[in-house]
Ligand binder design. Structure first.
Ligand SMILES: [Zn+2]
Ligand SMILES: [Zn+2]
Length: 302
């Protein structure tokens, strides 16, 4: 099993008719995790046929509007569709107040429970379930802002087809063998697990880093990451604006990818001044070859 990342929005502050604000869905097993929720996210979820009631965890990087203005609308839709499952929302301080005040003043009461988890610092384990761990990453922005590291857990071992017949493994014993235990035959002979199973696929890692200035503190934390989504609002001709607004250029993102030795880099959070994305690739690829630009509606296998 691998993580999948569906890009819903790849633009920065100003949405256009062809570009949406930041949002993406991470899929692991049959679980869906939403990262950021810019304006229009629920429309993008529908267009991309994502089952919104299957989202039980939402991670918000920071409280600039282009990363959460779609949240109240999405919560309202979940309510109108009769949601009963509880929903966990992870965000820097203040989001719960913003959301609750909107519903309170509208006299609306949601059909489901919301649990807000305040992200206090980087390196925190925000969520751990049977399939993965999600940790906060430090980012350097104008207000408190966090990235997210999704680390898949090692899956179950795979029983060799040949071993099933050779050792006559009964059905009741298979679960414990996939968990790594040896098999004890009824007559007492113990068959070591290594003869019975193959290694599971290597667990994968995905890192989401938006919004941030060039920030070398990320480098050791991105070790072994398979896919890094790093924002690149600008190209070098807007270097001054990039520094002033705490955003990186494509070359900055590529340097982070290169120094942290991730496998692949996906650029996003583009300023709407760029109609084409060629300039981003022209600057990033000479530094880090395995770079692509995020395409909305496209799913990336980590
Ligand atoms: Zn932004
Ligand atoms: Zn921002």
């Amino acid at each position: 099993m691998a993580l999948k990342v569906l890009i819903l929005g790849s633009g920065s502050a100003l949405p256009t008719i062809s570009t949406n604000q930041t949002s993406q869905v991470i899929e692991c097993g049959n679980q869906l995790y939403l990262v950021d929720c810019g304006e229009g996210t629920q429309i993008q979820l529908r267009k991309n046929k994502v089952k919104i009631q299957n989202i039980n965890h939402i991670f918000i990087s920071h409280l600039h509007g282009d990363h959460f203005f779609g949240l109240v609308g999405l919560l309202s839709t979940m309510h109108l569709l009769g949601r009963k499952n509880e929903l966990n929302i992870y965000a820097p301080k203040g989001l719960d107040e913003i959301v609750k005040i909107q519903f309170r003043n509208a006299g609306s009461y949601l059909s489901f429970e919301m649990h807000f988890h305040t992200i206090e610092q980087s390196g925190e384990i925000l969520l751990e379930d049977s399939k993965l761990t999600v940790k906060s990453l430090p980012l350097k922005h104008r207000i408190p802002c966090y990235g997210f590291l999704f680390e898949e857990k090692e899956g179950l071992r795979k029983i060799k087809i040949s071993a099933l017949a050779e050792y006559k493994i009964p059905t009741y014993a298979r679960k414990s063998i996939t968990e790594g235990k040896d098999f004890e035959r009824p007559e007492g002979e113990v068959i070591p697990n290594r003869l019975l199973t193959n290694d599971p696929p290597k667990p994968t890692k995905y890192a989401f880093c938006s919004d941030t200035a060039y920030y070398e503190k990320l480098i050791p934390l991105l070790k072994d990451v398979d896919l890094l989504y790093h924002e690149a609002t600008f190209i070098e001709s807007e270097r001054k604006r990039a520094i002033k607004t705490f955003h990186p250029t494509a070359a900055d993102a590529a340097n982070i990818a290169k120094k942290s030795e991730v496998k692949k880099l996906l650029l996003g959070h583009f300023s709407n001044r760029y109609k084409h994305k060629d300039g981003f690739l022209q600057e990033a690829r000479p530094i880090f070859k395995e770079t692509d630009v995020a395409v909305e509606g496209k799913e990336y296998l980590v």
